[in-house]
Ligand binder design. Structure first.
Ligand code: MEV
Length: 315
């Protein structure tokens, strides 16, 4: 039997970093996906095939013995195998069209798709159980995760985290994603913000309150289809991200350029590299290439409404 699951990438419209410290956040799943296929084998190994390479280790190995990028998969395999001693091997193949390490939730989407794919070989789990399993797996590489990325990858659509209720999206704007092509490490950026908080608890707490208030205003703007306010709130959120120092010159230059033709723009995800997001009207989309340096990639994202999907094939 083959078990196949796929999960979407994500963008954070509002609230990254602050969400790790308990604020709300607005996230959306987007139309880029990772697919994970799992099968039983008789090799007494766990084998993981991905764009990052192949790992094959004895079935009794712990996830700590694996290189960090493979740990979530070994963790999930161990967890399921330990509940079913008859298994003599597992092969997990990851196939992704989500760029890695640029803030689009590649790691969370992989954890969700892997949790759904591997668990389905053993027993049927609810989406909520798959989400909890995936968050545990992601913690093997990123212990401080807020769980927001995994949550939106599971349920799809646009959500006001921690709620999983979908926000209806009636605005007719392009969600332009521009990739700085600077890889980043979410764990390091989150640790940097932890240091900012340690150094100035009062200001950090004020910023968290400001972020929560901003998100309340965004929800009202979305209900009123008030795209001008929505865009200006993005730029306001960017100021908070600048203050906690997760921006840099490349991102600032991209944001400043995109502000010329968009209603607002900001970092999406951990920052320090990765992607920026801008709200762009249709008639301005053809002005984008002239605004971005030639080495930057960009695309207009559609919101994914499905979240994680999975099925099995008898062979
Ligand atoms: C990373 O995509 C988003 C952060 O807020 C971390 C997290 O929520 O776990 C930076």
């Amino acid at each position: 039997m083959k078990s196949i699951a796929s999960a979407p990438a994500k963008i954070i419209l509002f609230g990254e970093h602050f969400v790790v410290h308990g604020t709300k956040a607005i996230l959306a799943a987007i139309d880029k996906r990772v697919t994970v296929t799992s099968t039983f084998t008789n090799d007494n190994t766990i084998k993981v095939n991905s764009q990052l390479g192949t790992l094959e280790i004895p079935i009794s190995s712990s996830y700590e013995e694996a290189k960090s990028e493979f740990r979530p998969f070994i963790f999930l395999a161990n967890k399921m195998i330990n509940s079913n001693q008859n298994v003599s091997g597992l092969e997990i193949t990851i196939d992704s069209d989500i760029p890695i390490g640029v803030g689009l939730g590649s790691s969370s989407a992989c954890c969700i798709a892997a949790a759904a794919s591997i668990s389905e070989l053993f027993k049927k789990l609810s989406s909520e159980k798959i989400l909890n399993l995936a968050i545990e797996a992601e913690k093997t590489i990123f212990p401080d995760t807020s769980g927001a990325d995994c949550t939106v990858c599971t349920y799809g659509g646009m959500i006001e985290y921690p709620s999983i209720e979908k926000i209806s999206n009636t605005f007719d704007l392009n969600l332009l994603i521009a990739n700085s092509m600077i890889p980043h490490n979410t764990k390091n950026s989150v640790e940097k913000v932890n240091k900012f908080k340690e150094n100035d608890e009062d200001r950090f707490s004020q910023l968290c309150n400001l972020e929560n208030r901003l998100i309340d205003e965004v929800i009202i703007a979305m209900k009123n289809n008030d795209t001008t306010t929505l865009g200006s709130k993005m730029s306001e959120n960017q100021k908070y991200l600048e203050e906690i120092q997760v921006s840099n010159n490349t991102l600032r230059n991209m944001i400043n350029s995109l502000n010329e033709i968009s209603l607002g723009s900001k970092i999406t995800g951990a920052g320090d590299g990765g992607c920026v997001i801008a709200l762009v009207e249709d008639e301005n989309m053809d002005k984008v290439p002239a605004l971005l340096p030639k080495d930057k990639e960009y695309f207009s994202a559609k919101i994914d409404t499905k979240g994680v999907v999975w099925s099995t094939i008898e062979e």
